[in-house]
Unconditional design. Sequence first.
Length: 110
Amino acid sequence: MAPAEVGEVEVEVAYSPAPRIVDIVALTLPLGSTVEDAVVASGLLARHAVPAEPAPALAVWGRLVTADTPLRMHDRVELLRPLLVDPKEARRQRYRNQAERRPGRSRAAR
């Protein structure tokens, strides 16, 4: 990005349409712009056909924010996908799968 002029903020808008794929757009917006302004200017919603309902959650550097949150220099706006599986349940499933793959050890073998 080129250096921002006085009265402008440089931000990034990031969206991950699938695991391990991230689309990042760098923008220079007028001072006083909001998270919603950055999302619209990025074009990510249209490019990835993100459904309007339910609206994706918004975050700045991983912290949830509302669309009217003002932007600061070098903010990273993130469009968050909905969770498909509860993280706690996913961890339980991974643990069960690992336990099934490990060979059993008897107490006598110790």
